[in-house]
Design a protein. Structure first.
Lengths: 112, 119
């Protein structure tokens, strides 16, 4: 199975400051169609996960442009340009290339 | 309004089975895949498997092979996940999620169903 390793596992950020989360895959997630099958999700406290980024860098509908995804192959990054109070929760990367789909361990983001 | 509505919380004894439903509204099940993901208390997300809403073909995580069954009823636009031979370690929140033809991502999630396994 593909192993996704996130870092850091926790992050405390001042509102208005940027934040960055890394996700490293044990196998390349670059498909022959040119897309990276790596998605990012946010699970806010007490809620179901919600899709932020698909195919490595494509923002889901309604996701603010403060969120951006980048990377290719085995190394990916989620960046929040200016963290807001509503961004708290656990961020997960997930690969959707081979089954079983797998998730990273999650990164807990809190506000200072 | 597009949404996934899951059935209510369940309590089971070890060795029993549980069947969770996930009713889709605002879209047709047959145009999408439905995935099931679980989350043990205080833990991360674990992918269990998927069902093709059109063909009914399933793919399960090897960990659950032999004791999970995912089905769908196109007449009621509802997906189901049945897990048998429950153990205490199966206590978790179970989510259904929609996967559109493109991209391969879970773009909508149900509200979750708590399953408690207790002796």
């Amino acid at each position: 199975d593909v192993v996704l390793t996130q870092s850091p596992l926790s992050l405390s950020v001042t509102p208005g400051e940027p934040a960055s989360i890394s996700c490293t895959s044990s196998q390349s997630l670059l498909h022959s169609d040119g897309y990276n099958y790596l998605n990012w999700y946010l699970q806010k406290p007490g809620q179901s996960p919600q899709l932020l980024i698909s195919l490595g860098s494509s923002r889901a509908s309604g996701v603010p442009d403060r969120f951006s995804g980048s990377g290719s192959g085995t190394d990916f990054t989620l960046k929040i340009s200016r963290v807001e109070a509503g961004d708290v929760g656990i961020y997960y990367c997930m690969q959707a290339l081979p089954t079983p789909w797998t998730f990273g361990q999650g990164t807990k983001v809190e506000i200072k | 309004q597009v949404q996934l509505m899951q059935s209510g919380a369940e309590v089971r004894r070890p060795g029993a089975s549980v069947k969770v439903s996930c009713e889709a509204s605002g879209y047709t099940l047959t145009g999408y895949f439905m995935h099931w993901v679980r989350q043990a208390p205080g833990q991360g997300l674990e992918w269990m498997g998927l069902i093709n809403g059109y063909t009914g073909v399933t793919t399960y995580a090897q960990k659950f092979e032999g004791r999970v069954s995912m089905t769908r009823d196109t007449s009621t636009n509802t997906g189901y996940m049945e897990l048998s031979w429950l153990t205490l370690d199966d206590t978790a929140m179970y989510y259904c999620a929609r996967d559109p033809p493109t991209p391969q991502a879970l773009d909508m999630w149900g509200q979750g169903t708590w399953v408690t396994v207790s002796s």
